[in-house]
Each structure stands twice: as structure tokens, then as C-alpha cells.
Write a protein that binds this ligand. Structure first.
Ligand SMILES: [Zn+2]
Length: 233
């Protein structure tokens, strides 16, 4: 019997890391791709490399996209990054950090790599619960993309399955799931993850991404392994 294989889109953040760990439980060989799109928090690329090694993934490719993704998002422009004191201050709606078409592009390239590797199963760490209003983190989008890439690559709408195991989970539930999946490796793996949009190791504690991550760990009653790196302001 041939080995089962999956491809994971690994950003280096907590959700894609949890997804990669889940994929490792279910498949013999897990490959990962990470996108360098000139993001402000390029430090996450180093996290992704370290996580791929720690999880002993079958392969890890960092794909250089250059400045192909444009927009007013502070992640890819000089627009200042929003800073907040608590999750109550978050404006709601679509976060200014939204980058139009980002996950469309990521999944399109993932379809190419999956086809080349002979893989049908793609993992992605998107979730609706804390999705910052990003339209391309919703299940309806993922379902539509699965059909589109299947049709476009193999002429079959069911050729690819896009797995989104965190889709309906809150951040706290995701933390608990990651702990369960990783067991005694949780701390060692999660201290490698990077979430902060400002690119601050250990998290700035003020950006949208940090606040949502911090709240998730706090609600879960778990000490985030990255907090030990955080410098007090
Ligand atoms: Zn931050």
C-alpha cells in the first residue's frame, strides 16, 4: 500500500501549526509550503522552518511571491498597524489587515504543488470564529475553492479535499486541541510559533493577532509558551 500524503499550508502561526500536527497524526507523510509575500512579520518564515523540522515533515518549501499581493493592509504596505489595549477595542468587521485574494492565491499554488506531489488532501488553518472578517477564511470560500482547483487542475470538482479542522473552533478550543494532538511536545512546538503582525518575537501584545491569540490562551487557562519571550512595555 502506498503511503498516505497531505500538503499543509504552514504560515508559522499557531493555527497552521496545529493543522500540520493534526495532519501528521492522520497521514504518513506531510509536506508543507510557506509563502513569503513580503509580509511585515517575515519573522514567521523562520518559525515555519523550525516547526517543519520539529514536526519532521516530509518536505518544506518556502515559496517566494515577491510583491505580488498589494493593498492597503499594514501587512504589505506602510499603513500603520492598528494597536489596541484589549479585544473589546477591536473595531469588528473586516480588519484593515485583510489582503484581497491572499488565500485564493495560496490555495491556487497549493493545488499546483499538491498535483506535482500526487496529493489530494490539503490542510489549511483558517477559522471562522476569530476570522477578523476575512472573507477568505470562511467555509463557503474554502468549499468554492476546492471545486475551482479540482476543476482547474484535474477536471474533477472532487479531486482535492481542503481540510480545515479549526474552522468552527474558537481560539481557546484550538489551543486545547493542539495540546491534545501534540501532547508533551506542545510547549516545545508552540514556542516556535509566531502570530504577531508587528513581527515582535513573543508578541507585541497590542495588535489584532496578538490580542486574539492572548485571549485564546487566557480563556483556555493555558500559559502561552511564547509569553516567556515577551518584553514588558
Ligand atoms: Zn502583535
Amino acid at each position: 500500500m502506498s503511503e498516505s500524503q497531505a500538503l499543509c499550508i504552514l504560515s508559522g502561526g499557531q493555527d497552521s501549526t496545529a493543522c500540520a500536527a493534526i495532519a501528521c497524526q492522520q497521514y504518513d507523510r506531510v509536506h508543507a509550503i510557506t509563502f513569503d509575500y513580503g509580509q511585515r512579520h517575515a519573522i514567521e518564515l523562520e518559525s515555519a522552518k523550525a516547526i517543519a523540522l520539529a514536526l519532521q515533515l516530509a518536505s518544506h518549501e518556502i515559496i517566494q511571491l515577491g510583491p505580488i499581493l498589494k493593498g492597503t493592509s499594514p501587512l504589505v504596505s506602510n499603513t500603520p498597524l492598528g494597536q489596541y489595549n484589549s479585544t473589546e477595542e477591536l473595531p469588528g468587521g473586516v480588519e484593515p489587515t485583510f489582503i484581497p485574494g491572499r488565500n485564493i492565491l495560496f490555495l491556487t499554488i497549493a493545488a499546483n504543488r499538491a498535483a506535482v506531489l500526487g496529493i489530494q488532501d490539503i490542510f489549511m488553518g483558517v477559522c471562522e470564529a476569530d476570522f477578523a472578517g476575512y472573507y477568505d477564511c470562511r467555509q463557503v470560500f474554502v468549499d468554492a475553492m476546492a471545486v475551482a482547483i479540482g476543476e482547474g487542475v484535474w477536471g474533477d470538482p472532487r479531486a482535492f479535499t481542503i481540510h480545515t479542522p479549526l474552522m468552527q473552533l474558537t481560539k481557546a478550543e484550538s489551543v486545547n486541541l493542539a495540546m491534545k494532538v501534540l501532547g508533551d511536545r506542545f510547549e516545545a512546538i508552540f514556542e516556535l510559533t509566531h502570530t504577531c503582525y508587528a513581527g515582535v518575537k513573543g508578541g507585541c501584545g497590542k495588535c489584532h493577532a496578538c490580542l486574539i491569540r492572548d485571549r485564546g490562551f487566557t480563556v483556555a487557562g493555558v500559559t502561552d509558551p511564547i509569553w516567556k519571550f515577551r518584553t514588558k512595555s
